[in-house]
Design a protein around this ligand. Structure first.
Ligand code: PMP
Length: 455
């Protein structure tokens, strides 16, 4: 048998095994079993990933799940992981045990994070971070003698993860429909109602605003407000200028913790090290994950400001919360190297420069294609929308799935993007933060071609 035939046999066998045994996350299971996986990744370099099924290279226009910030194939990161792993398989962080990479990473994060976010509790990812943040906020208020402060406000179309508590603050209906929501005392506010949050009670949306909800429920019942600085999976929704500052003020006014979910925005994605820095806001707690390791290992965390940290460390009992993989030494060593590369390679500056290229590209697409509208980006977190008639705000029919169609056409041209939105009308673009101008041009060119085929 020649080499190609061997490869084909191997791929066919993998596809069959996948269909039989692999339940995929956030995937239509019926379709997966009928069609098999869409791609089997074999390797990656920079912004490119290779598909074992056709042997071709694709542009990773979404940094996989908005997380491969420094791109694929960074050998230094691999070496850092290998070196740490060869020292010790795993080391517990329970009962005061510690390890060097975790200590150094905690200090590095304290230096990097805005304001007085000087301490970190490590997790393995974003959902665990948001469950942790909810539990820590309640624990904190209990320690402050305010045990009635247990509720949280999050924003409609927020994505905060899928573990039970994180999923409940997530406000994309499909995730609640899956298996129900599991903690009470969560209120979803309408996002980005700047006027209401500034106190305009004549606004017809006032009751659905954060301010309106606090007034209705009573600040003595509310522990925290959690939000992504820029919503990711909910459609790449960038808040209006002044919104985050207004929410910060509300939190100060009513004595509520401001919790920023920086799982996507963190580690340079928005052209600042953390998303909140775009608006000079310092949260009380901050969830981090994804870009902390650029996906080379699983790691997340919750950063605490001095007030929350000091209150917690005054507690002379056991902190009854922790994951086996909290502060995993290999993941922490990888995070340290990842952050070193972000700083050394001026990734923040590259994102700022590439934001301009992406904006230019999106403007070109909107100009050329009449169905493209609502283009937006901050850093390398961008999106555009597809309407049958943008001037009348007319969406395509429910059976059209326009974003899927364009994403499929991009895929045929070896560019991976992602369709979002309840009406399947949003396409997200979030390539690795090391993308250069030529690569950005290529991305826009492929989208242009894909849109041209759209009927
Ligand atoms: N928060 C945000 C803003 C996210 O985008 C995600 C993941 N997409 C999560 C939390 C959950 O993270 P994980 O999938 O690592 O649990």
């Amino acid at each position: 048998m020649n080499k190609n035939a061997v490869e084909t046999n191997k791929v066919n066998e993998l596809v069959e095994l996948d269909k039989q045994h692999f339940i995929h996350p956030s995937t239509n299971p019926h379709e997966l079993v009928a069609k098999g996986p869409g791609i089997i990744f074999s390797e990656g370099k920079g912004i490119y990933v290779k598909n074992m099924m056709d042997g071709k290279e694709y542009i990773d226009g979404m940094s996989m799940l908005w997380n491969v910030n420094i791109g694929h194939g960074q050998e230094e990161v691999v070496d850092a992981g290998k070196e740490q792993m060869s020292k010790i398989a795993y080391s517990s962080a329970f009962k005061g045990f510690s390890n060097e990479p975790a200590i150094k990473l905690a200090k590095k994060l304290a230096d990097l994070a805005p304001g007085d976010l000087n301490a970190v509790f490590f997790t393995s990812g974003g959902s665990e971070s948001n469950d942790t943040v909810i539990k820590f906020a309640r624990f904190y208020w209990g320690l402050k003698g305010k045990p009635t402060k247990r509720s949280f406000i999050s924003l409609n179309s927020a994505y905060h993860g899928v573990t039970l508590a994180a999923q409940t603050v997530t406000a994309i209906p499909a995730f609640h429909e899956f298996a129900g929501s599991n903690i009470d005392e969560i209120f979803h506010a309408k996002p980005h109602l700047l006027n209401c949050e500034l106190g305009d009670k004549t606004d017809p949306n006032y009751e659905q605003s954060i301010r309106g909800i606090i007034e209705r429920e009573g600040a003595d019942t509310i522990a925290g407000i959690i939000m992504e600085p820029v919503q990711g999976a909910g459609g790449v929704n960038i808040p209006p200028e002044g919104y985050l500052q207004a929410v910060r003020k509300i939190c100060d006014e009513f004595g509520i913790l401001f919790i920023a979910d920086e799982v996507i925005c963190g580690f340079a994605r928005t052209g600042k090290m953390f998303g909140v820095e775009n608006w000079d806001v310092v949260p009380d707690m901050m969830s981090i994950a994804k870009g902390i390791t650029s996906g080379y290992a699983q790691l997340g965390g919750v950063m605490l400001n001095d007030e929350v940290r000091n209150t917690i460390v005054d507690y002379d009992g056991m902190l009854a919360h922790g994951f086996t993989y909290s502060a995993h030494a290999t993941a922490c060593a990888i995070a340290l190297k990842n952050i070193e590369i972000i700083e050394r390679e001026n990734v923040v500056e590259n994102v700022q420069a590439m934001e301009l290229e992406l904006k230019k590209g999106l403007a070109f697409l909107a100009e050329k294609h009449s169905i493209v509208t609502n283009t937006r980006c901050i850093g390398l977190l961008g999106a555009f929308e597809l309407y049958e008639d943008p001037s009348r705000g007319k969406l395509f029919g429910e059976d059209v799935f326009p974003a899927n169609k364009v994403v499929d056409e991009c895929f045929k041209r070896q560019l991976i993007l992602r369709a979002l939105g309840a009406h399947n009308h949003i396409i997200a673009i979030a390539p690795p933060l090391v993308t250069n101008a030529e690569e950005m041009e290529k991305i826009i060119h492929i989208i242009d071609e894909a849109l041209t085929t759209f009927k």
